[in-house]
Design a protein around this ligand. Sequence first.
Ligand code: FES
Ligand code: FE2
Length: 429
Amino acid sequence: MSAVIEKPAQTPNAGRHVIDEQSFTHAAGLSTGPVSVEPYRSPAFFELERERVFKRAWLCIGRVEQLPQENAYFVKDLEIWKASVLVTRGKNNKIRAFHNVCSHRGNLVVNQTCGVAERLVCRYHNWQYRNDGELIGVPDQKHFFDLDKKTCGLTPISCEVWEGFIFLNHQSKPEVSLAEFLGPFGTRYAGIPYFNLDETIVIQADFKANWKLIADAFAEPYHVPSLHPATLAPGFAHPEQNRYARPLSAMAHGIHRHFSAYGNPDYVPAPTSKVEQLVYVQDTGGVLGGDDSGNAAALTAHPAINPTKDRSWSADVTWIFPNFNIDYSTGGFWTHEFWPVAHNRTQWTLKIYIPKTMSIRHRLQLEHYACRWAEVVLEDVTNCERIQRGLESGAKDTMILQDAEMLIRHSLHVLDKWVKADHVADALS
Ligand code: FES
Ligand SMILES: [Fe+2]
């Protein structure tokens, strides 16, 4: 891999290192006072979230590459729905989703997490289903009573795809389409090149903490100098120009949002970091790795990415309400899913998309990239369970958010709207 990456086109902002002091919070139309911590510790609020948010919003469950061929399937347990979900690719590449529940006596049909099969067979009495959900085989059918196989297929789940991301909706007739749900975010972020999709590094963990606490850990860069002094701060902050890693931009897009992370333009690996020096890709916000195939140039040229086209840019952090995060950098992209289990339990999944390795140096780059990320995200989640304990102690009823933490404030604001709204259309307005 060579070391030359095309930079964003020069604009009046290019090269600007003085961080704009406009308030992101005011620009998003949000209030600035302390915010209640009840949504993080209340079992009653959690049940409202389950019914009014997670059972009405479109939820991203994965990408189309997880279904690489006809008859491929994957299964995911969604505790927040108390359901096991089966997603399949059928004829004509049609992607469908079903409750993974047998029509006979309710057994879970598929027990593998993924695979390829023409017929999905329930292992209790061998009822068989096609991957479009139709019931096609019932042993000893003649001894059932007027059994009509046509009416005994798998129960479908509303399923739509946006930019390769598969979304599900618990409502059998969703109140809004996925496009309506994504609103201005969906159009703004359409057409982004998703590259380096060959392989995925998956990091998964369960926490004794509310799902929003894990999500908040990735929603603001204010913590970078204090929580990541060695791993991220040298590349994502600047001792004079941007000491607290203030974002280049942070905006709400309807119910969704983004911030653009600053990257230190003067960053070079420390002389003691021998491995990083070997793999470092100049001019790409090197701590994140880089791609030189032309994809990175196409990414940075997209108007939604690094919207101020600032040369001191490292990554864009985007949020699709309620629990999905897509991050973009010149090295590719990665996603976070924050799946609520209980008011103080969460399952977190980080997927880092990487290319197949082309050379030993490339392999070393990817290994370094993955190790760096593992270290960084471990730092990120280190406080979450402690915060849960702190909030459940009742010592504080509110928390205080600064301007760079606007995304957390916006998330809570939108959540409040969804919990109160009788109709999804009202929650989107
Ligand atoms: S429960 Fe599935 S075949 Fe009987
Ligand atoms: Fe962090």
